[in-house]
Design a protein around this ligand. Structure first.
Ligand SMILES: [Ca+2]
Length: 332
C-alpha cells in the first residue's frame, strides 16, 4: 500500500504510478504470511523460545520476498572474479585513504581494542573497510526480508538462513531492537563489520559501556566486536599473517589451495615446492596458496592468523584483501 500512495504523489507522473501499482501487487503477494515454511517457523519460535504467536505472525506478514536478494546470492564476487579483479575492488587508494581517516578518528578505540584483544588496529580497520567502506555502506535490505527470503525461498541454504532468522528474533528481543527496522546486506549481515545474527549474539560486545551492543550505529561497539571476534577465533598476537613464496617446478599443483586451514608444516610445504620468501619457523603449520593476480600467478603461505581472517569470510581472496589493505593502513 505504501508504494501506491508514494506513486500517486510522485510528480514524475503516470508511468511511475502504473509501475508502483504493479510493484505493489507483486509485494503483497510476496509476503510470508501464508508461506508453509514461515508458518512452521512461527510455531517453532512459539514452542522453542516462548514468543507470542501473533508477534511472529505479524513479522511474517510484514516480511517481503525480494527477487534481487535471490539474484545476488547466486553470484558472490569470490566465485566469479580472479584475484587480480577482486583486489582492484578492495585494495585501492581510495579505500586506503578513507581507512587512514577512520583510523585517526577512532585511534583511541582501536588502540584500546588492540590492547584488550591483541588484534592490530589496522586489521580491525581493514575488516570494516572491506565489509562496509568504514561504515559507509552497511546495507539497505531489511534484515527481516533478507533472512525470510533466503530462509524460506532459497533451497540450497534454507536451513542456514532460517536458523539465522531464528537468531535474529532472539537478538532483537535481547537487545530490544525493532525487528522490522534493522537493515543489512542481502544475506542479513549487519553493521560496520557485517555480523550475521548468530555472530552478533555470540561476539558483539558493548565496548563503550552504555549497556547495549550496537554494531549497527555505534562504531565503538563495532570496533570492539570485530576484535573480540578475531580473538575468539584464535588470533595470535604479534604473529605474521602470510608470506610470499617461491615455487619450484610443477609440484605446486598438489598442495596449492587445498585447504584454508594450515595443516602442513612449512618444511613439508618446502618439500612440495613452496619456499617461504621470508625466514619463518619451519615447524609451524601453513597453507599453500596460488592466486591469479594481474601479473600472473602469485604464491603465498598462509599462517594461523590468515586462517583466522577466513573465519570472517571463508575465502582466501577475502582474507588476502583484508591483509593487504591492513598493510596499506599501517602507520607504525
Ligand atoms: Ca554500546
Amino acid at each position: 500500500m505504501q508504494t501506491i500512495v508514494n506513486g500517486f504523489f510522485n510528480i514524475k507522473g503516470t508511468l511511475l504510478v502504473c509501475f508502483a501499482l504493479i510493484f505493489s501487487v507483486a509485494t503483497s503477494a510476496d509476503s510470508y504470511e501464508n508461506h508453509p515454511a514461515a508458518k512452521a517457523f512461527v510455531e517453532k519460535m512459539v514452542s522453542d523460545h516462548g514468543f507470542e504467536r501473533s508477534y511472529v505472525q505479524q513479522l511474517m506478514k510484514s516480511a517481503e520476498r525480494k527477487q534481487s536478494i535471490l539474484d545476488a546470492i547466486a553470484r558472490p564476487a569470490e566465485k566469479t572474479k580472479t584475484w587480480g579483479e577482486y583486489r582492484q575492488i578492495f585494495v585501492t587508494e581510495k579505500r586506503t585513504r578513507k581507512g587512514l581517516v577512520f583510523m585517526q578518528e577512532y585511534a583511541d578505540t582501536l588502540a584500546r581494542a588492540e590492547r584488550d584483544f591483541g588484534v592490530p588496529a589496522e586489521i580491525i580497520a581493514a575488516i570494516i573497510g572491506v565489509e562496509t567502506y568504514y561504515g559507509g555502506n552497511k546495507g539497505s535490505y531489511r534484515v527481516l526480508d533478507a533472512l525470510a527470503t533466503l530462509g524460506f525461498d532459497y533451497e540450497p541454504r534454507s536451513k542456514f538462513f532460517s536458523k539465522q532468522l531464528e537468531e535474529y528474533l532472539l537478538l532483537v528481543r535481547e537487545q530490544k531492537f525493532d525487528a522490522q527496522q534493522l537493515k543489512g546486506s542481502y544475506a542479513g549481515a549487519m553493521g560496520y563489520g557485517q555480523f550475521i545474527p548468530s555472530s552478533y549474539r555470540h561476539y558483539a560486545i558493548d565496548f563503550d559501556g552504555d549497556g547495549v551492543a550496537d554494531i549497527v550505529n555505534n562504531p565503538v561497539d563495532a570496533i570492539g566486536s570485530v576484535a573480540n571476534y578475531f580473538k575468539s577465533h584464535g588470533w595470535r598476537q604479534g604473529e605474521i599473517v602470510t608470506v610470499t613464496a617461491k615455487v619450484n617446478g610443477n609440484q605446486k599443483v598438489e598442495v596449492a589451495n587445498d585447504s584454508l586451514k594450515p595443516k602442513r608444516s612449512v618444511a613439508e610445504l618446502q618439500q612440495a615446492g613452496y619456499l617461504a620468501a621470508a625466514a619463518i619457523d619451519s615447524k609451524q603449520l601453513a597453507t599453500a596458496m596460488q592466486l591469479d593476480g594481474d601479473s600472473g600467478d602469485e604464491y603465498w603461505l598462509g599462517l594461523q592468523n590468515f586462517y583466522v581472517i577466513t573465519r570472517y569470510n571463508h575465502s582466501r581472496m577475502y582474507a588476502m584483501a583484508v591483509y593487504q589493505l591492513s598493510e596499506a593502513l599501517k602507520t607504525r
